[in-house]
Design a protein around this ligand. Structure first.
Ligand SMILES: C[S@@+](CC[C@H](N)C(=O)[O-])C[C@H]1O[C@@H](n2cnc3c(N)ncnc32)[C@H](O)[C@@H]1O
Length: 251
């Protein structure tokens, strides 16, 4: 199981490789034939970010998405990553984009958000392909709840394994998820557990939906090839998960 210490080391070691392949938006699920900016534009609109909000980018990478959001909206952004190297690179990027008034970056663990932020601070907390790294995602969801204002939102973009396979396909799915977890320091989320944790914590579901674009994994496959990561348990890729957006409101 990936702990936050392991995730920290993973991103301290691998961020240069991610930057070479993925660029500054470190997300595997991208829009076919479109730039990372188009993906960030989609996420900004779909998550409902608007001028005047104070938001937390929980698991911010090197701030590719946050920089895009800050350039396009009047936002106050707190950005958090467990990787010291990512904090350093993100700070350099934010300074060079002249966005220090809008984005503040902190090194820390999203399981303990109340250590870094006051209660009821944020209009929205975003987890953009980051919640799946959590050792205990229920704890992270509770931690987010405490720093979100009443009426504010949590927004999660991540992948959730399919449940329809049976027999040998089901076994293969389990092996692939296990490989993904160990190769990418992930703790792939279970949709039912995640929804239960959100609702038990006190969130109400605003929407759960399939990402409404043609998904392209070319960047991920290039990365896997470059670093000789073999997760597919066979020659062909097969569909193991659905990519979803989940948005919930703190009541
Ligand atoms: C796949 S990257 C996504 C980065 C960013 N959201 C983006 O779209 O470019 C996952 C991010 O989650 C962060 N992360 C993972 N576990 C974390 C934890 N326990 N606390 C804070 N950040 C964490 C990693 O440091 C990394 O920045």
């Amino acid at each position: 199981m990936a702990s936050s210490k392991k995730v920290e080391k993973y991103y301290d070691d691998m961020t240069p490789g991610y930057l070479d392949t993925y660029g500054e938006t470190i997300q595997g699920c991208r829009i076919k034939d479109k730039s990372a900016d188009s993906l960030n534009d989609f996420l900004m609109k779909s998550s409902g970010l608007i001028d005047g909000m104070t938001i937390l980018d929980a698991g911010c990478g090197v701030c590719g998405p946050s920089i895009y959001f800050a350039k396009n909206l009047d936002l106050q952004i707190e950005a958090l990553t467990v990787s010291g190297l990512q904090v350093k690179i993100a700070n350099e990027r934010v300074i060079s984009e002249n966005l220090t008034e809008k984005i503040k970056i902190t090194k820390g663990d999203y399981s303990y958000l109340d250590k870094y932020y006051s209660p009821d601070k944020f209009d929205q907390v975003l987890f953009l392909e980051s919640l799946g790294h959590a050792e205990n995602s229920s704890k992270v969801i509770e931690s987010a709840y405490n720093v979100i204002k009443p009426g504010g939102y949590i927004y999660i973009k991540d992948y959730f394994p399919l449940e329809s396979y049976t027999g040998s396909q089901k076994k293969r799915l389990k092996r692939v998820i296990k490989n993904l977890n160990s190769s990418f320091c992930y703790n792939t989320l279970d949709l039912n557990n995640c929804l239960t944790a959100l609702r038990k914590t006190g969130f109400q579901i605003t929407f759960i939906k399939k990402l409404d674009f043609q998904i392209d994994f070319e960047v991920s496959y290039t990365f896997e090839e470059k670093f000789k990561i073999d997760v597919w348990d066979g020659k062909e890729h097969f569909k193991v998960a659905e990519w979803l957006e989940i948005k919930c409101q703190k009541i």
